[in-house]
Ligand binder design. Structure first.
Ligand SMILES: [Zn+2]
Length: 481
């Protein structure tokens, strides 16, 4: 029955789209004279950014993101975003690129779809048709000026202020535009106002966010959990923190694909889907995948004869099969090239540490076969069967479930970011990092993204936004034609 309600809601949103009008998002520049958006340093114009001072280029990127968000959302009330470039936390290896959020919270305003829950002011004003917070700005945002000052992220040469994907970001630069898209989304409503570290509601009132955030095991939403402790535990319950919004759920298949998996076909004792990391080199795995028997590759020596770092000694056995090698002692590309030279049809590298997957990074145009990295536990299980000996047949392929989703009560939902220990400011108010392809609202910037807003729009529709250009909802199309 919930599904029917979801379809009805989306029909209403689409119907309203033709008469609503696009939001105007205005930037309130909080930087002082000579700094941030007012920095007079002369810089060369870019193909997509014609301005020639640092401050003007920053502002142009910000205005581009603001106008693109404005064009997607409906509001008759101006949305005001205060913005500044400030030094934010960073080190040589990590940095906070930006932060943003709603300035105030509002409940029980005119036309509030759900009573007694907090909404961000931009959304509340849009729904009310009047400015619910006329004396204050709607969104507060900051961007890390230290990225440009050379004190963050060793090897990074600063922000890149392009506004078009065709204006390719040079190596060592970080594009600002996707970061502004991301931060504005937080301020527009992609956040809870409930504490992710204590589970306490803000002033005793839950957020509209909490009506969709849920535990996959019990199916209970945050608003219906009896205690703060229950929400506190849910915030660190990865992979069991899910978004139960009906529009995200009905549209997730338009944005997410199946996750890469090593599928062990036999023997029965270890068969099933194993988590896998794809390689940045060699041929990408494409459906239906690459199937063969797994053979332990042995090489001519070095530190270990199981690491594939030297030419293989059992090339006859490996030829036509999938080579299994252990991580370490040389680059991933060296191992896979040695397997390829012995005639392997694909390669698997199992981790040399108890947790995680091999990163499978590197580049070598000579490598043409596909390879996956798998966990040490899965590698050991395969090695144990081969030692009996029992033949192991496997497929470098894809799982049946969409990446970044979890089952709850027989239905699949998108997962939210719920690491343990909790990361205040990041936990709960982002999608899981496991989404594939990557999504704008994951906790870290994905360099594959530039101006995509992907699954953010369905989530905005779940929390109450009327949008100008809804993506075609397949449930809607099938249900009403
Ligand atoms: Zn974020």
């Amino acid at each position: 029955m919930n599904k029917c309600i979801a379809v009805l809601f989306s029909a209403m949103a689409i119907g309203a789209a033709s008469i609503g009008h696009a939001a105007t998002i205005t930037i309130v520049n909080l930087d002082g004279a000579g700094e941030g958006f007012n920095d007079p340093t002369v810089v060369p114009a870019l193909p997509s950014n014609p301005f020639t001072t640092l401050g003007e280029q920053r502002l142009h990127v910000f205005q581009t993101a603001a106008s693109q968000w404005g064009a997607r959302l409906q509001s008759s009330v101006e949305i005001r975003v205060q913005a500044a470039f400030n030094p934010l936390t960073c080190s040589g290896t990590s940095a906070v690129l930006g932060s943003a959020g709603a300035v105030t919270v509002h409940s029980n305003f005119a036309n509030a779809p759900v009573p007694n829950v907090w909404y961000p002011p931009a959304l509340a004003s849009s729904l009310a048709g009047v400015d619910v917070a006329p004396a204050t700005n709607d969104i507060n945002s900051q961007f890390n000026v230290s990225i440009d000052n050379g004190v963050c992220l060793t090897g990074t040469a600063g922000w890149y202020y392009s506004t078009a994907a065709s204006d390719t970001t040079p190596a060592g630069r970080i594009p600002l535009l996707p970061v502004v898209f991301h931060e504005l989304a937080h301020g527009l409503g992609f956040q809870t106002f409930t504490s992710s570290s204590t589970g306490a509601f803000n002033g005793g009132t839950p957020a509209i966010w909490d009506t969709f955030l849920a535990d996959a095991v019990t199916g209970t939403t945050w608003i219906n959990m009896a205690t703060n402790a229950e929400r506190q535990a849910s915030a660190i319950s990865d992979p069991n923190l899910i978004w139960k919004g009906p529009i995200v759920t009905s549209e997730m298949a338009n944005f997410l694909g199946p996750a890469p998996k090593l599928i062990v076909n036999s023997p029965a004792i270890i068969m099933g889907e194993k988590n896998a990391q794809t390689a940045t080199f060699g041929a990408p795995v494409v459906a239906p995948g690459i199937t063969g028997n797994v053979v332990i590759a042995t090489d001519s020596g070095g530190v270990s004869n199981l690491d594939g770092c030297e030419a293989l000694a059992n090339g006859g056995a490996v030829s036509g099969n999938i080579a299994l090698m252990v991580r370490g002692n040389c680059n991933f590309t060296v191992k896979v090239l040695n397997a390829q030279n012995a005639g392997a049809i694909a390669a698997i590298i199992d981790n040399n540490a108890a947790t995680g997957l091999p990163s499978m990074g590197g580049a070598d145009p000579l490598v043409t076969i596909s390879s996956y990295g798998i966990s040490q536990a899965d590698g050991n299980a395969i090695r144990a069967e081969l030692a009996i000996p029992t033949a192991v047949n496997a497929t470098l392929g894809f799982g049946t479930a969409l990446a970044g989703t979890q089952m709850s009560m027989g239905q699949s939902f998108v997962r939210m970011y719920a690491p343990n220990p909790v990361e205040p400011g990041s936990s709960v108010s982002h999608w899981t990092r496991d989404a594939f392809p990557n999504l704008l609202m994951e906790p870290s910037l994905n360099t594959s993204l530039f101006s995509d807003v992907d699954l953010t729009i369905p989530l905005f529709r779940d929390i109450g936004w009327n949008v100008m250009t809804p993506v075609i909802d397949p449930v809607f199309a099938n249900g009403f034609e």
